[in-house]
Write a protein that binds this ligand. Structure first.
Ligand SMILES: [Zn+2]
Length: 401
């Protein structure tokens, strides 16, 4: 059994529920607020007075994200003891950044030399990207936020999201457990402006624990945007359904394959990549695809295409319930071979063999002439550079033209 504990998170759990203020007549809160300097900082300000010197000031804050127990962080701003104090604490996002739209609940505890104390009422601040005026539309569990594009643009993106969710629910039994907010930036450049350390290739990011997705979709790239949103929602649904205190350890082909499956029909370009890999005996083993995909575009394309095909193979041949069973076993911490063997009766190598037999027999029935012609046509297109691998905490979008 492989269990992926999250010692840092668990060790940091400190459950502090805001309590009712004590001795309110002794200490008076004059002001408590938070100011956003997007994306680099969030500043918490406090102003209070007492009959005695205020000697302790502590900020408590909780970030709204998937947790098994509320995690409360503490911060101690610098100030000089005095009966009237005014200070602030700066959350420097270069050290630990928050995604667009993340909400933070915060309160203060204040103490003076007479040991009187005050706990301020909790307040909520949403870390909004204030560079733009966001519009919002909600349907079911999905919130879409955008600032450029007409109603038809956003309606089509919403329809794509809903179709992705329906497809996954129908074919795999997975569904969103919590609402998701998707921030649609008007371009990848706008999106990069929302990040403290942007990567040149970032086209979209999913913060699954926050239920937040940020993505750059130019209004003239609607088809790409529809696929990209469906893809990221696929990751979100998979991660929500397998979320566990042990940290579910999913093989990459399963995670990416389900995200690709959420997109709907395979992208013709990726399909041709897969066909070429089959005929040239260039397929990547299922065991290798369990690890992060290669950053080399050609290898990455094969990895994504194979992952989608593997999911389609499992769903078509073994059905929806087994896929859900597989995900549940991963949630419980099963190893890849254990989970596959328990559900399907074969391990990773067995899956490799079964799937290759299936896909090869399908390919042989197709016209080679037609395929070669198609391959030449698609290779005339400039290679897409949006796949370069995924950082640990975020999913980078697969670029689909
Ligand atoms: Zn992905």
């Amino acid at each position: 059994m492989t269990k992926w504990f999250i010692p840092l998170v668990l060790a940091a759990i400190l459950v502090i529920t805001p309590t009712i203020a004590h001795s309110q007549d002794q200490i008076t809160l004059l002001d408590s607020s938070a100011q956003i300097y997007f994306p680099s900082a969030l500043v918490f300000k406090i102003k209070a007075q007492s009959q005695n010197d205020i000697v302790k000031l502590r900020l408590h804050y909780q970030v709204d994200r998937m947790n098994y127990a509320p995690v409360t962080n503490e911060a101690w701003p610098v100030f000089t003891p005095s009966p009237k104090v005014q200070t602030e604490w700066v959350w420097d996002m270069r050290k630990a950044s928050l995604p667009t739209g993340a909400t933070v609940t915060y309160w203060w505890t204040i103490e003076d030399t007479a040991r009187d104390s005050l706990t301020t009422p909790s307040q909520i601040i949403r870390f909004d990207d204030l560079r733009y005026t966001w519009k919002k539309v909600t349907s079911g569990q999905i919130n879409l936020l955008w600032y450029k594009g007409n109603q038809s643009f956003i309606d089509q993106l919403m329809a794509s999201c809903q179709q992705a969710l329906e497809r996954l629910a129908r074919d795999t039994g997975v569904y969103l457990k919590q609402p998701v907010s998707l921030y649609i930036y008007a371009s990848p450049a706008d999106l990069r402006g929302a990040m403290v350390f942007p990567q040149e290739w970032t086209g979209g990011v999913a913060f699954t624990e926050y239920g937040l997705i940020a993505i750059g979709i130019p209004t003239n790239e609607l088809d790409w945007g529809k696929r990209a949103l469906a893809h990221e929602l696929g990751h979100m649904v998979t991660h929500q359904i397998t979320y566990s205190p042990f940290g579910a350890n999913l093989p990459f082909w399963l995670d990416e394959g389900l995200a690709m499956y959420a997109e709907g029909k395979p992208d013709p370009y990726l399909e041709s990549v897969l066909q070429k890999a089959i005929t040239q005996h260039n397929l990547i083993s299922v065991r290798s695809l369990a690890s992060p995909f290669s950053a080399l575009p050609e290898q990455a394309y094969i990895s994504y295409a194979e992952s989608q095909s593997l999911i389609a193979f499992l769903i078509q041949n073994y059905g929806r319930d087994k896929m859900l069973q597989l995900l549940n076993l991963f949630k419980e911490g099963s190893t890849y071979d254990e989970a596959l063997t328990q559900v399907y009766g074969f391990d990773q190598d067995g899956l490799d063999a079964q799937w290759q037999r299936y896909i090869t027999s399908q390919t042989q029935s197709q016209s080679k002439v037609k395929y070669d012609y198609f391959w030449e046509k698609v290779t005339e297109k400039a290679p897409r550079n949006k796949i370069t691998g995924e950082p640990v905490t975020a999913n980078v979008l697969l670029g689909v033209d």
